[in-house]
Every structure is written in structure tokens, then in C-alpha cells.
Design a protein around this ligand. Structure first.
Ligand code: BEZ
Ligand code: FE
Length: 303
């Protein structure tokens, strides 16, 4: 029979105790818990308790934190995902992406997807113009899709999207911008080449009218993203690349609100002020031109 004293001391160790708080909580884990969930929850509890011990919040501060999380959840719907925005501005989206996309040297790196990707955008022939609202400085984008040995990847699918010259995606301005403005799907040819016409991207703010925008302001940060074009490049047998190319002259490159800039993704946008070249391109001078090659890594066995 169990001694009354030993039962009491066993229970006492499971009672809450400030010094052992995380251990007390984690010791409550059931016996048949999914091992990954067990690992995740133990680590989260350990670090959350350590953070609370370091911060020593007042009750008012803790309720303010709960209110912030509540308002963040209330701002999530089919069109707006404030929790992803929170993960973005804290650099967590980029960290999760980096952990999951360690690529061989020379392969095009990933960056953040963002909330404005739309499946089934219009398919275009190479050379087509995706700018349907006629605003902005004309841009020609061209390059090749190759593998890490420099061999062409024909029939790669290149999905592209960007904001218009006012800094909004088409889906943010339904009825104001033409549908599918500045987005399209292209296919690389037998030599891996692709090309299209667009406009030079500008920097723009991430949605900042919610709790995450307020938090950014309170932390003395601005909401601006460095000017970019988004791409998803896919081809059978290769790791999909979700990425951007950035203009080199954007003042927000070193302080992109979501930490999406990687030096390997800063492209050489050239302004071409040459009447002959403009006539050949069917544009007025000056116009912008960027050559950008995508280098795909083969699918890894575990992927
Ligand atoms: C974007 O680039 O479209 C984006 C990325 C993260 C948050 C908001 C927007
Ligand atoms: Fe974007």
C-alpha cells in the first residue's frame, strides 16, 4: 500500500511552481501522444515560459497580448490572413522557408510567397504584355530556365505577378484594375527561354490597417516591401521555385518589411534610352529591360 506521505510529495511535484513551471506543464503530457506533437509542445512550453519569466509581464500587459492575438484572429478570412502577416513581419515565414529549401549552390533561392498569388492566371505566349492598365514604365523581362548544370529546362511553367504602378495587386482593387492585371503564366521554349512585357515594379506597403500594421508602427518599423516581381517556376523533376526578383535601385532593399530580400535575387534592371532598340521592341524610349535566368535544383529523394 502507498504511504500517505509519498503520495502527497508525488502530487506536490505536479503542483504549479514558479521555478519549475515549464517542467510541471510538460510532465502532464499523456503517454500515447503523437511524438512530433509532444516534441513541438514541449519546446513551445519551455520557450514560452522562459520568455514570460524574462519579460515578467503585468496582468495588463498579458491581457494586451491576448487582445492583440484575438484581433489578429478576427482579421483572418478568405481574403486576409493576419496571422501569416504576423509570421512574415517577425521573419518566421522566411525562416521556415529557409529550413525547408536548402538548395545546392547556384540554384535560384526561394523567398516569401505572400498573400496575393492566384492560381490559374491567364496563360500567355512568350513576349506578351501582362500590364493591362497601361500605367507605369515599360519593362521587358527575358531569360532562361536551366538546371544546375546549365542545361535548358524546356516547358517550365513560369507564373508571374506584381503590383500595378499605384502599388496594389489586382485582387486588392477588384473593379478598379482590370482582372488579372499584371499576372500571367508563361512556358519556357525548347532552349529554356521565356520572355514577357510588364512595367517596372515599385515598392508598396503590406496591408497595414490591422493589428500587425499597428504593431509595426509601435515598433518603429514601416510596412514597405522592396520593389519586386513574384515568380513560381515549376518543371517535372525539379524543386518548385517560389521567388522574386528585386530592382537594384529600391531604397527599401535593406529594410524590406517581411525580410524577403536575398542578395542573389537582386536583378540588373537596365534603362534603355535608345530609339532604335525601342522601335525594335515596339516601345517608346526610354524603357526598362532585365535579363533573369532561373536555375532549378533536382527534386531530392526525400522531397
Ligand atoms: C507580397 O509580396 O505580395 C507580400 C508578402 C508578404 C506579405 C504581404 C505581401
Ligand atoms: Fe509582392
Amino acid at each position: 500500500m502507498q504511504q500517505a506521505g509519498s503520495h502527497a510529495s508525488q502530487s506536490a511535484s505536479s503542483y504549479f511552481d514558479e521555478a519549475r513551471s515549464a517542467d510541471v506543464v510538460n510532465a502532464r503530457m499523456g503517454a500515447d501522444v503523437d511524438p512530433r506533437l509532444k516534441q513541438v509542445m514541449e519546446v513551445l512550453v519551455k520557450h514560452l515560459h522562459a520568455a514570460v519569466k524574462e519579460i515578467e509581464p503585468t496582468h495588463e500587459e498579458w491581457f494586451a497580448a491576448i487582445r492583440f492575438l484575438t484581433e489578429t484572429g478576427q482579421m483572418c478570412n478568405e481574403w486576409r490572413q493576419e496571422y501569416i502577416l504576423l509570421s512574415d513581419i517577425l521573419g518566421v515565414s522566411m525562416l521556415v522557408d529557409a529550413i525547408n529549401h536548402r538548395r545546392p549552390n547556384g540554384a535560384t533561392p526561394n523567398t516569401i510567397l505572400g498573400p496575393f498569388y492566384v492560381e490559374n492566371a491567364p496563360q500567355y505566349e512568350n513576349g506578351a504584355n501582362i500590364c493591362l492598365d497601361g500605367k507605369g514604365e515599360p519593362l521587358i523581362v527575358a531569360g532562361r530556365v536551366t538546371d544546375i548544370n546549365g542545361q535548358p529546362v524546356p516547358n517550365a511553367k513560369l507564373e508571374v505577378w506584381q503590383t500595378n504602378d499605384d502599388g496594389f495587386y489586382d485582387v486588392q482593387q477588384k473593379g478598379i484594375q482590370p482582372d488579372s492585371n499584371l499576372r500571367g503564366v508563361f512556358t519556357s521554349d525548347a532552349t529554356g527561354a521565356y520572355s514577357f512585357r510588364s512595367v517596372k515594379p515599385r515598392h508598396y506597403p503590406i496591408p497595414s490597417d490591422g493589428p500587425v500594421g499597428k504593431l509595426l508602427g509601435a515598433m518603429g518599423r514601416h510596412p514597405n516591401r522592396a520593389a519586386h516581381l513574384h515568380f513560381i517556376v515549376t518543371a517535372p523533376g525539379y524543386e518548385p521555385v517560389i521567388t522574386h526578383i528585386f530592382t537594384p535601385d529600391c531604397p527599401y532593399l535593406p529594410e524590406d518589411a517581411v525580410f524577403g530580400v536575398k542578395s542573389d535575387l537582386i536583378a540588373d534592371f537596365k534603362q534603355i534610352d535608345d530609339a532604335e532598340a525601342a522601335e525594335k521592341a515596339g516601345l517608346a524610349a526610354p524603357f526598362w529591360s532585365v535579363t533573369w535566368d532561373f536555375t532549378l535544383a533536382p527534386v531530392t529523394k526525400s522531397a
